[in-house]
Design a binder for this molecule. Sequence first.
Ligand code: 8YV
Length: 319
Amino acid sequence: LSQPEILMIGPMMQMIEDQLDAAFTVHRHWQVDDFDALVDTVAPVIRGIATSHARPVDAALIDRLPNLEVISNFGVGYDTVDAAHAGSKGILVTNTPDVLTEEVADTAFGLLLMTVRELSAAERHLRAGKWSDGAYPLTRSSLRDRTMGILGLGRIGKAIARRAEASEVGVVYCGRSQQPDVDYRYYADLVDMARDVDILMSVIPGGAATQHIINAEVIEALGPQGILINVGRGSAVDEKALISALQSGALFAAGLDVFEHEPSVPDELMALNNAVLLPHVGSASVHTRDAMGQLVVDNLTGWFASKSVLTPVAETPVS
Ligand code: 8YV
């Protein structure tokens, strides 16, 4: 019995690769010198894709695979997959929501605390042997009497909001539309919200619709006491505008888990004391990455076993 053939845009976690190897004939994109030649050769037989974002699954690639049925994306964010194009051709796209919600919210809140209370700088002070010379300076910022504006109040945004409420931080939000089941104050306009809050928490996905949505005007509205935290996608922030605001003091501080051109981080950001920088670790625990990996596998095997997937994205609902 021949197994369905899939293209792996990877590499991926070993537990994913092992399970996919058991269920499918897997063509690995990174094991060939010439990706185009590989696609030309295997195009007619490829029925599925598993991707961890090593290269985009764009309209051009999708159009070259006439028998493609399903694209299984590692991560809740799927901005490297053209899901609208896939949907228009009846190709399913799946992602890995829910299983990472609390983990990413923990990271976001940790990053917020690190930024507001300068925890990584305080630890560097201790490790540099400076404690005996003097206490670490009192932080000029604090979560007390603060309001957080969440940009993108989805599942992760709501989990961050719950943590903020537990810390008695006020919560408001901005998004495409007001949510009827939510009591937090809604802003239709991001600049208006930025003007009113102390902390802007960005959880929005990447892609053309959100490119540089946090621009110079938003950053200026956040102001000299303002703090930006980004755990969504780096592309949502105009990194150049952010850097100049951090340099001039037009913005107080930033905590970033995501960047415009990962894994490269601009030297100007590296040089700033008022930026806390993490290497995109929002969901990066063994527990959570294993759960995400299992979803990548189960969506693919479910599709080929019984034409059902667990977590289709909004653009490609299962009919
Ligand atoms: C992953 C993420 O690090 O889920 C997401 O959207 O950004 C992270 O959990 C990323 O998808 C891994 O490639």
